[in-house]
Design a protein around this ligand. Structure first.
Ligand code: UDP
Ligand code: MG
Length: 317
């Protein structure tokens, strides 16, 4: 296999504090790989400004003026990090490359692992997922909720590697497939593992964020998780149906018991506690089930409107 042209895609949202040092570190990585003759000299970095409100785009433009390796695109508003990743992949595909590695703007993921991704690519992998060695930099809450999420996804039949963040290499072939998907809310971690292309993994270390703060609030994370589940699995809907069936059976038994007590044993009980508990239980269950259905309905609603995934304001090529 001939040595590839590599594009490194970086989603950036209000990253003025770290973007310059990040770009410099990534240029070091590219130079190193070029010196080792592992990638072509027309490899480049592609920064996706996800509607930042600070000086991120100004800094990106300056870096682009100084170094032709730095390219980028700016959204007119914040669309969220999955959209930025998609824009990165489609953007570098148009510019021309053989493979792309996505990495976070805070470089929490060890950028020197990119070499291992390229090695796996050269061995024939189309998708290489980065798996973190540990979650020591995360808070206890984030760690446990993340583990629950991955476990739940695997339980629901969505095949994603545990502890894989969006640090991944994608071949041109996979980008071409992505470009054919009209679906707007793609959850990339699930998407690339379902294509049937050759997958591989690379382990990497996670560092604490040096500048700025996390751009992911818990609300955004919950949104991402719900989108991941509802766009990949109809299992929750099925569970509702089964649950409803079991409840119906249960209520028939309950009915029989009530009749027996009333007409045969003649000891109609006061039964207040039972009724109140059952009412609360079924009320809660119904609301929960309606919520799940609502999530799917929302997914259909968003897709059916067929709005563009994102709107680009400017692009630096
Ligand atoms: N990000 C983005 N749009 C958003 C939120 C985040 O493009 O709405 C980018 C952010 O700039 C960073 C990456 O997504 O490059 C991961 O975000 P962050 O490091 O804040 O998340 P964490 O590491 O805390 O999960
Ligand atoms: Mg981070």
């Amino acid at each position: 296999m001939k040595k590839p042209t590599l594009a490194i895609t970086v989603p950036c949202y209000n990253e003025e504090l770290c973007i310059e040092s990040t770009v410099n570190s990534l240029i070091d990585v590219l130079s190193d790989l070029m010196a080792k003759d592992k990638i072509n000299s027309d490899s480049f970095i592609y920064l996706i400004d996800d509607g930042s409100k600070d000086k991120t785009w100004e800094i990106i433009s300056q870096l682009h003026e100084k170094n032709h390796l730095v390219k980028g695109v700016k959204f007119i508003r914040n669309y969220g990090n999955q959209k930025a990743h998609i824009a990165g992949l489609l953007g570098v595909r148009d510019l021309g490359c053989d493979c792309a590695v996505s990495i976070d703007a805070d470089l929490q993921q060890d950028q020197w692992a990119i070499e291992k991704f390229i090695d796996k690519y050269m061995e024939g992998a189309d998708i290489v997922s980065g798996i973190r060695n540990s979650r020591n930099t995360d808070t206890f809450l984030k760690k446990t909720t993340a583990v629950c999420f991955y476990k739940l996804m695997n339980l629901l039949g969505v095949n994603i590697p545990i502890n894989h963040s969006d640090y991944r290499l994608v071949s041109k072939k996979a980008m071409d497939i992505l470009a054919q998907y009209p679906e707007k809310n793609i959850f990339l971690r699930g998407f690339f593992n379902e294509l049937g292309l050759k997958n591989d993994i690379v382990y990497f270390d996670v560092k604490p964020r040096l500048y700025g703060s996390s751009k992911f609030s818990y609300v955004k994370l919950i949104g991402l998780a719900l989108n991941g589940i509802t766009s990949f699995s109809v299992m929750p809907l099925r569970i509702i149906a089964v649950l409803g069936f079991i409840m119906a059976l249960f209520s028939i038994c309950l009915g029989i018991q009530v009749l027996v007590e009333k007409y045969i044993l003649n000891n109609t009980p006061a039964g207040w506690a039972t009724i109140v508990t059952l009412m609360a239980f079924f009320g809660g269950l119904q609301l929960f089930c309606m919520g799940i259905i609502g999530e799917y309905l929302g997914q259909v609603f968003r897709e059916v409107k067929a709005r563009p995934r994102y709107i680009v304001e400017t692009e630096l090529k």
